[in-house]
Design a protein. Structure first.
Lengths: 687, 304
């Protein structure tokens, strides 16, 4: 084993936006691995002002390089006695070797043996390679929102103010935008109030420890862990538990260099605000966690946030955050009181002035379409007139909260506020819950609405959005999906999938197309085709989320996906066989059948008495059992039992034989087999 | 700390660090950035450091003087440093200490906040500066102004004067702030922000929410626009033309506060202000640097 050393690079910048830290860290690690062939780095070293990488086990020297040089033909380099000619000696001299090192071989492309020398270049010191490659790697980092600063043309995420770059204990000589690498860096701003000099880093191994001593916990994972621990213990001290928010925890870990969780209090009468309002206001405005009672019901009048320092000696951090939060909560309480001065339904008219989408009109018009859709679908699901009337009421109220002050301030509370205001107005529980949850599921991790009426409203709202946008040509493509139509489409599929309603996607698309027709700017046939392709992708993704094997997903979808209820049953049952080797064999046979029938027009020309081979007679017997069966799981068992007879059939029987009648019968048999398969799945796609 | 004391200390601090002390520009505007000292100062290659107070009007934020935190008009303290110094963050932190904030006892953070002014064709990247959870400043590296790339890049620091005063003094109501003391033969009389401004807040809020004549403002908007284009296109006068762009911007803000601008109309109206401002920027650069600025040199366009 050759000697290795550890490599360390730290870009010390002005505060880098939290959202870019992780992606930049990964992206440089990828570029570096590609160039230097090491894939393992230590720790996720990044903080607001630092992006750092430690790669252990880089060879000190790069591997030796050999190259072959081809010279004149052998006959010109040696004379008849085997002695070197002048030309031969010159060739050896040119490459700095003794003539004895010259070999004679016939290289590719030459007609005769030639003089050849192999030269070995000793591997270069890795530190040289690092010095050469790093400026390009750093400059080549993709920064989504790059900036320039000062008088330089260099672009990066934020100004680079210091460069620390070590290979073992050696500084890698390197300059980026006028900043030259050294073996020093800067710790926490507060640390340097007492220590004006930069921090020396003796070796990559000493890096993390030296920074901790200078007030920076450079590993984001370590900071997250410390914050989580402090949150937990401070919440327990307050007599409750933290309202979990993984995203907020990540954010806090990314915006501090030395985390100290601080607890603040707010006046208890703010607890009369809806819980969602408090949680959102604290999160959005103050990056703070709420504390709830141990049973998860109510909140406690206090909050937790992380400061970027190790203590709060005079309580300024606590007092400052409390002051700002109080101002924010006053605002929220003002909005909550103002909004309730008028019934929510007063906003329905005001939705006329709020554009949903240019071609599709206002939210008032959207509401009209959602009500129409709800009416059509609700009457299919329910015979109870009072229930249907409540569903329509929920549809009418769904968008009204967009004109409330609270949603103006916190757009993410849309739906929630409408539901809360209706609850305060003593609306029926079904109605306010449906409105409150109709934006769900907000993503793959979010649940669908908790009530059937909420699901119906969510489905109708999303269906109108997706079909409406498609009808005016707003179709997501590639990475472009500004209206998040894919997420809405996924929500529709999720709801149908989980509610198991007897509605096909084709049916829903037709219904919605009719409702949105007056606004459509694209030919309906074109829209329908695009919608079906769109929903097919969503269904395929739903099957992935449900974790069915690839074989099951491909083969079941191929024979029909518009009826999710039917698709789900087929997937569930077929999954029981996904590891069954007999189905793998069936897949092979199905492929063969497909190939044989490819150029044949299907005919029903089956004459059992023509069959001669025992293998084919046996196959027909098994096939009959499949065809006469209607229970899916029994059918699948029979299909599995078909695998061996099929294999035997193909090894014993020549389908396209010379006798035309026998041949027609055998082809018909294969056709029947294929039909039997396609009732469940296209097994030729099993592999 | 009194408001006037805060202003004086900031002016002293930045004057000592090589800034000109400028004055507010005597036209209504929504932000200190619109002052020509910044708009034109940030363009071109010449070094430029300037600091000044700018009263900033945001008609939609008016609350009739009844809301303890929101006002129609507030004071910004604006600093432009061109090119942005390598130690610009340290300088900013020193300025906070000059205000008596002992940072060894506070939590100071720079959190991402990118600034964009669509009506000036300007954008930059930077932070909101957060002290103990409270936003006290905006910090921006200008990337484009008037649709033109900034070369070199200026750093813009904007201090929210009332906010900082409230925060430092623990005030719960902006109108309780003390602007300063009036000393006469009869004694010392502290004057509050409320005494100075509460009536003004009431009247200006009432004006922009209720009484502003919408037809008049629509006509004014069109007239300022025509005047501005005449000045810059026919005469090459970018300063007087820019004033017309400022008036358009404020007129738009009044219309907007009255709810007279629909969401679909809005981008088109803002673009009309921007087009004039960008024309002024190009004319200024041609004048100041003798450079002819073809339309295609107008940067990479938009936020990156």
């Amino acid at each position: 084993m050759s000697a290795t050393k550890t490599f360390l690079l730290e870009l010390h910048c002005e505060e880098i936006p939290a959202r870019f830290l992780g992606p930049l860290h990964i992206s440089f690690a990828g570029l570096f691995s590609l160039k230097f062939g090491v894939t393992k780095f230590e720790g996720l070293y990044y903080s607001p002002r630092k992006l750092a990488w430690v790669f252990p086990n880089l060879p000190v020297l790069q591997p030796d390089q050999t190259e072959t040089q081809v010279g004149p033909p052998q006959r010109m380099c040696v004379d008849a006695d085997g002695k070197p000619t002048l030309q031969g000696l010159k060739f050896a001299e040119k490459w700095g070797v003794d003539f004895s090192a010259v070999r004679f071989e016939q290289p590719a492309g030459k007609k005769e043996p030639c003089a050849v020398v192999t030269l070995t270049k000793p591997g270069r010191p890795t530190v040289e390679l690092l010095a050469e490659a790093l400026p390009g790697l750093i400059a080549g980092l993709h920064v989504p929102k790059a900036m320039r600063w000062g008088s330089s043309e260099f672009e990066f995420v934020r100004p680079i103010r210091n460069l620390l770059c070590l290979f073992g204990e050696q500084v890698v000589p390197l300059t980026v935008d006028g900043v030259t690498a050294t073996n020093t860096t800067w710790g926490h701003r507060l640390f340097h109030r007492q220590h004006p000099d930069p921090v020396q880093i003796a070796s990559p191994e000493a890096y993390e420890g030296a920074l901790e001593a200078a007030g920076v916990v450079v590993s984001v994972e370590a900071r997250r862990k410390r914050i989580a621990e402090q949150l937990e213990s401070l919440a327990a001290e307050a007599g409750g538990r933290v309202v979990a928010d993984a995203e907020l925890l990540d954010t806090l870990a990314e915006i501090v260099e030395f985390p100290k969780v601080v607890r603040g209090d707010f006046p208890a009468d703010f607890l009369r605000l809806p819980k969602e309002v408090l949680v959102t206001s604290l999160r959005e405005h103050q990056k703070s966690f709420c504390i709830e009672k141990p049973d998860g019901t109510d909140l406690l009048p206090c909050f937790l946030t992380a400061a970027n320092r190790e203590d709060d000696p005079e309580g300024f951090v606590k007092a400052g955050n409390e002051w700002v939060l109080k101002a924010r909560l006053y605002d929220a309480r003002f909005f909550f009181a103002e909004d309730r001065k008028h019934p929510l339904s007063d906003r329905l008219e005001k939705l006329k002035a709020l554009t949903f989408q240019r071609e599709l009109g206002s939210y008032h018009e959207k509401t009209g379409r959602v009500v129409a859709l709800t009416k059509m679908l609700a009457t299919r699901l329910s015979k109870d007139d009072a229930h249907i009337e409540r569903a329509l009421e929920a549809a009418r109220m769904a968008k009204c909260d967009l004109r409330t002050l609270m949603v103006g301030e916190f757009p993410e509370l849309q739906g929630v506020m409408g539901g809360e205001y209706l609850r305060h107005e003593r609306a029926h529980e079904e109605v306010w819950k449906a409105v409150k949850e109709h934006y769900r599921p907000a993503g793959a991790d979010d649940a669908i609405p908790s009530t059937p009426m909420g699901c119906l409203l969510s489905l109708c709202d999303k269906l109108d959005t997706v079909v409406g946008c498609f009808a005016v040509g707003l179709i997501p493509s590639g990475s472009k999906d500004p209206l998040a139509l894919r997420r809405a489409g996924q929500g529709i599929v999720r709801i149908l999938w989980e509610q198991a309603w007897p509605m096909t996607l084709a049916d829903l698309v037709e219904t919605a197309l009719k409702v949105v027709a007056p606004k459509a700017t694209k030919p309906e046939a074109e829209t329908r085709e695009a919608l079906l392709a769109f929903f097919k992708d969503r269904v395929a993704y739903q099957l992935e989320l449900a974790k069915y094997a690839g074989s099951v997903r491909r083969s079941t979808m191929a024979v029909g996906w518009l009826d999710l209820l039917d698709l789900k049953v087929r997937c569930e049952n077929l999954s029981l066989f996904s590891e069954d080797p007999r189905f793998a064999s069936l897949g092979q046979s199905a492929k063969r059948i497909g190939n044989i029938l490819k150029d044949e027009t299907p005919v029903n020309d089956f004459k059992a008495d023509l069959l001669v081979e025992p293998a084919e007679i046996n196959l027909v017997k098994h096939l009959g059992r499949v065809e006469s069966q209607h229970d899916l799981i029994v059918t699948l068992n029979h299909l599995a039992e078909l695998a061996d007879p099929l294999e035997a059939f193909f090894s014993a029987v020549m389908v396209k034989c010379d006798d035309p009648a026998l041949r027609a019968t055998r082809l018909s048999l294969l056709h029947r087999l294929r039909q039997a398969f396609l009732r469940v799945a296209d097994f030729s796609l099993w592999q | 700390m009194h408001i006037q004391e805060l202003i004086l200390r900031l002016q002293r601090f930045w004057a000592d660090r090589g800034c000109l002390i400028g004055q507010p520009y005597d036209l209504e505007k929504g932000a200190g950035t619109m002052n020509p000292l910044t708009f034109f100062g940030a363009l071109g290659s010449k070094p430029w450091n300037v600091a000044y107070v700018e009263p900033s009007r945001r008609p939609a934020d008016g609350r009739y003087g009844e809301n303890p935190f929101r006002v129609y008009k507030h004071l910004q303290f604006q600093v432009i440093l061109k090119p942005s110094p390598a130690k610009v963050q340290d300088l900013y932190i020193e300025s906070l200490e000059a205000l008596g904030i002992d940072l060894s006892k506070h939590d100071l953070r720079f959190e991402e906040d990118n600034w964009e002014s669509p009506s000036l064709g300007a954008w930059g990247v930077g932070w909101q500066v957060v002290l103990d959870g409270m936003e006290i400043s905006q910090f921006t590296y200008f990337q484009q102004v008037g649709g033109l790339d900034c070369r070199p890049v200026s750093a813009e620091l904007t201090y929210g004067i009332e906010r900082i005063c409230m925060f430092l003094g623990g005030y719960d109501n902006i109108f309780d702030l003390i602007h300063g003391n009036v000393t006469t033969d009869d004694g010392v009389f502290p004057v509050t922000y409320g005494q100075m401004r509460q009536r003004e807040e009431f009247e200006l809020s009432a004006y922009s929410f209720e009484h502003a004549n919408l037809d008049l403002h629509r006509q004014l908007f069109d007239a300022y626009e025509a005047e501005g284009w005449h000045l810059v296109k026919d005469l090459g006068h970018f300063l007087s033309a820019y004033e017309q762009a400022l008036k358009m911007s404020h007129t738009f803000n009044v219309l907007d506060a009255r709810g007279a601008v629909s969401t679909t109309e809005r981008p088109g109206i803002i673009k009309r202000v921007r087009d004039l401002a960008c024309a002024c920027a190009r004319a200024y650069l041609a004048h100041a640097e003798g450079a002819s600025v073809p339309a295609d040199a107008a940067g990479k366009g938009g936020a990156k």
